[in-house]
Write a protein that binds this ligand. Structure first.
Ligand code: EPZ
Length: 418
């Protein structure tokens, strides 16, 4: 169990290359099961959630290997449709295998997925969507058992624009007979990326990014190489770090378009921001000014995956802020750890009420999930004095080379075994 030792107070300067997006790579790796041709994911991030997904593909019988920066998947020899509890519990995206396994083999048996402990995280929309395509579903002893004589295209209306349910249904519909229409689909850029990948191997998907996605089922799929989009949440995390520490950084590899809701808030906080092609320039010299309210919403609203990092920023702004988490029920577990560093935050239901303070004091804190852990690192970077952030395995799930990238910007952070 590693920890970070951080001496706060350094301003951040320099350029940081954004990794490929965790939340695009994971469904694309799941989609590789759809075809018996080789798929190469270019520049996959070195993060533990991707390693877990590669292990799951291996357990299904796929030949998988890291080749330099790439991951190569050959699912031609896939011969198993079951994901055991131990593997499924490692990450939420294990549930994304339901669609491809049913499309390829007509059945699947997956233990309920794991992932960050940020709420109930039901899969009812995944299952109701698959049922609409003709899948028979039973739930027994914590496993989801699916079988289907032949997937049939249909119209599906999602009660809420769930990212995972949209992706799972897309992946099943690729192998269905006829057209599937997903209404009230999630609009995240990662879904457009999945559409691009699927069409690149011979699927017929359109409408991703809008609320309505159409999928014409096809009989065969090819293979090929694909470079997923850049990670807008990693980019946003570094931009918030620079806003909190002061200085001037450039993120490379992502357009400001994908995180415009964050950039709008950071300008309100007093940051100077310029976005050109795939670079975002941020500088902050003056005192931070609080934003009155941050409300997480499905894309293009403010991303829930930047809520914790934004709350940490609000803690050191002059004035008061309210941060409301509309997507997940318990995504404020990091707040007591922030308060150990001197933050003044009160959580009531889905809203955190923040009273800005001069700054954080160094302390020893414990990461409890991926984005909450990242928020604690940002607070420690901006704090006066020394901090330790324990259990960084949560952070390793989604941030590759995190301490190296932060050090390259001038942060005083080292990883140590506990
Ligand atoms: C994806 O999770 C992301 N994970 C999450 O990122 C992200 O926070 C989330 O989308 C929202 O943007 C991956 O892509 C691997 P949802 P997912 O289904 O698919 C409810 C990170 O930090 N819901 O869009 O699980 C659910 O309870 C992770 O990188 C149902 O009610 O999110 C939640 O309230 C954390 N029934 C809301 O929808 C369902 O069947 C949004 O969840 C499914 C979801």
């Amino acid at each position: 169990m590693d920890k970070y030792i951080i001496n706060g107070g350094n301003r951040l300067f320099g350029r940081v290359k954004v990794q490929t997006a965790k939340n695009s790579v994971l469904p694309i790796l799941a989609a590789a099961v759809l075809t018996d041709k080789e798929v190469r994911v270019l520049g996959a991030p070195r993060i533990s959630d991707v390693k877990s997904m590669v292990n799951i593909l291996g357990c299904l019988g796929c030949a998988t290997e890291y080749d330099g920066e790439d991951i190569v998947v050959d699912a031609s020899c896939a011969d198993c449709c079951e994901i055991p509890r131990a593997l499924a519990h490692e990450l939420r995206s294990s549930v994304f295998l339901l669609g491809p396994l049913i499309a390829r083999f007509g059945r699947a048996k997956i233990a309920y997925p794991g992932g960050c402990d940020i709420g109930l995280r039901p899969v009812d929309l995944h299952l109701s969507g698959l049922k609409r395509l003709g899948v028979r579903i039973r739930e027994k002893n914590g496993y989801i058992l699916c079988d289907c004589k032949g997937l049939k295209g249909n119209e599906i209306m999602l009660d809420c624009p769930s990212v995972g349910a949209t992706e799972n249904i897309m992946l099943a519909a690729v192998g269905a007979d006829g057209e599937t229409i997903i209404k009230n689909a999630a609009r995240e850029p990662e879904i457009e990326d999945l559409q691009k990948f699927l069409n690149g191997i011979g699927a017929e998907v359109s409408g991703a990014g809008s609320g309505t996605i159409r999928i014409n089922g096809v009989k065969t799929l090819g293979g090929g190489a694909f470079r997923p989009m850049a990670d807008r949440i990693e980019a946003g995390t570094f931009l918030i770090a620079a806003a909190m520490c002061g200085g001037e950084i450039v993120t490379e590899g992502i357009s400001g378009e994908n995180i415009s809701s964050l950039l709008h808030k950071l300008r309100e906080n007093g940051c100077k921001i310029r976005s050109k092609n795939d670079k975002i320039f941020l500088s902050r010299e003056d005192a931070l000014v609080s934003v009155k309210s941050v409300e997480t919403q499905p894309y293009p609203g403010f991303p829930t995956d930047l809520q914790a990092q934004m709350t940490a920023l609000c803690c050191i702004c002059r004035g008061q802020s309210m941060v409301t988490e509309n997507l997940f029920e318990t995504r404020f577990k990091y707040v007591p750890e922030l308060c150990k560093m001197g933050a003044d935050v009160t959580v009531a239901g889905r809203t955190a009420f923040v009273r800005g303070r001069e700054g954080f004091n160094g302390a020893t804190v414990v990461a409890c999930d991926l984005r909450g852990g990242a928020a604690l690192v940002l607070a420690a970077l901006a704090a006066n004095g020394r901090s330790e952030v324990l259990d960084v395995s949560h952070i390793d799930r989604g941030y590759g080379m995190f301490e190296y990238k932060l050090r390259s910007l001038g942060a005083d952070i080292v990883r140590a075994a506990v």
